[in-house]
Write a protein that binds this ligand. Structure first.
Ligand SMILES: Cc1cc2nc3c(=O)[nH]c(=O)nc-3n(C[C@H](O)[C@H](O)[C@H](O)COP(=O)(O)OP(=O)(O)OC[C@H]3O[C@@H](n4cnc5c(N)ncnc54)[C@H](O)[C@@H]3O)c2cc1C
Length: 393
């Protein structure tokens, strides 16, 4: 019988939990260290593009997630200017248009399913990693409590401000402001304001917002704004929404004003790394490749990373060669997405009347299927989990 390999994973976000599941499935012993007191997220949501749903399938949790999410059979929505003028109506069979099922999940549905699959017993909360040392062919992880954990590999899945990335790449600059802020909210019992639609998407000068159905009873929405639209020093989510609401239609105002569960984030950006890991250490998810939300692919790519890592570590390659092979595979695709996210962000952040006019014309003229793919973030660069060596067409 072979020796059981041990993985230390820093961060119990979507990336860390899915890496834990992928490695457990191939017989590794795992330990996850999470600095928060609880790994459960608040009620915000996210769109799971078809590649994310496929990755969840590979991890064996798709049914559990989809059972608690909104899985549209039809993409029935409108693209509007903030004042409510309709630029485009979308009404398409979802699977045919996107090449697979997509879902909108509230984060507790996704997190809950990942937590159940990985098992509470492997997670140590209130446990912040401070650094690592490579020793005797393995790795020792230091925690701020003074404790040390030993393993054969270390996976930094500790998000955009990753401590593990910082030690691996000591000369790298920290994340920088992207010039965008985002407010997210989730609300139960306000579906009547969406009427028969499953989504409304707004595009305005420096404004992007989407309101989407996220379960039988709930709605998830986000509002992304050019920094310059927000008065200096204002960081209170509800106050920012109230400040912007006068520019929006009744649907937006009714749904956002009924929302009490809100969150503000100043969005940050980082340049891609030339190499991710070293020796028995690697990175995964936002720690490796933070993507602006305009790709709609951050969580999806963390899930695809986890599946790819599990596949590489179950191959015949020695462990360190498998880690480098995983990195090469994932680096290429996530780098392309990072640049794509920046381009999308620039298009959405623009306040130039000419650029906004041309964007509106392009939306009006574009075929509805292409629009649906852009909105649900299905693109060749996103990649699939089913065959991580091939692009999604
Ligand atoms: C406004 C917005 C909307 C988005 N919408 C979508 C969407 O629709 N679809 C999509 O696919 N993606 C979306 N994303 C992106 C997605 O949320 C992220 O890419 C994803 O959550 C990254 O997961 P992660 O596990 O890599 O990192 P994180 O979620 O950041 O998790 C990192 C974890 O590590 C912990 N941690 C950090 N440092 C330490 C330490 N030193 N020691 C121990 N623990 C530590 C943190 O507490 C956290 O739990 C969106 C992002 C934003 C901001």
């Amino acid at each position: 019988m072979g020796v059981t390999r041990r993985a230390l994973i820093v961060g119990a976000g979507i990336g860390g939990l899915s890496a834990g599941i992928a490695l457990r499935r191939i017989g590794w012993h795992i330990r996850l260290f999470e600095r928060a007191a609880s790994p459960r997220e608040l009620g915000f949501g996210l769109a799971l593009a078809p590649n994310a749903v496929a990755a969840l399938g590979e991890l064996g949790v798709a049914d559990a997630v989809l059972a608690r999410s909104f899985v549209p059979t039809n993409l029935w929505g409108e693209i509007r200017r903030p004042d409510g003028r309709v630029l485009k109506q979308v009404d398409l069979p979802a699977r045919d248009a996107l090449g697979g099922p997509m879902a909108v999940a509230l984060r507790p549905a996704l997190h809950g399913a990942l937590l159940d699959a990985v098992g509470d017993d492997v997670i140590t909360t209130d446990s912040e990693a401070s650094g690592f040392e490579v020793r005797n062919g393995g790795v020792a992880l230091r925690l701020t409590s003074g404790a040390v954990a030993e393993g054969d590999v270390l996976i930094g899945a500790d998000g955009i401000g990753s401590t593990i990335r910082c030690q691996l790449h000591a000369s790298e600059s920290p994340p920088r402001a992207s010039g965008l802020v985002a407010i997210r909210g989730a609300v139960d019992g306000a579906l009547q304001h969406l009427g028969p639609l499953s989504a409304v998407y707004y595009m305005g000068a420096g404004i992007e917002s989407a309101i989407v159905r996220a379960s039988e009873t709930s709605i998830y929405w986000f509002l992304s704004l050019a920094r310059g639209l927000v008065p200096d020093g204002l960081e209170d989510a509800a106050a920012i929404v109230a400040h912007m609401a006068t520019q929006f239609d009744d649907t937006f105002r009714a749904i956002t004003s009924a929302t009490t569960d809100l969150r503000y984030d100043a969005l940050a950006d980082r340049d891609p790394l030339h190499s991710w890991g070293r020796g028995p250490i690697t990175l995964l998810g936002d720690a490796a490749h933070p993507l602006l939300p305009h790709t709609g692919q951050g969580a999806a790519q963390a899930l695809v990373d986890a599946v790819a890592l599990g596949k590489m570590l179950s191959s015949a390659l020695p462990v360190e060669a498998a880690l480098r092979s995983y990195e090469r595979e994932r680096q290429r695709k996530t780098r392309a997405l990072l640049y794509q996210g920046r381009r999308m962000a620039a298009l959405m952040r623009t306040r130039s009347p000419v650029a906004c006019y041309l964007r509106d014309v392009a939306v009006r003229l574009a075929p509805v299927t292409s629009i649906a793919k852009v909105l649900v973030h299905v693109n060749r660069r996103a990649g699939t989990a089913v065959d991580h060596g091939r692009d999604q067409g």
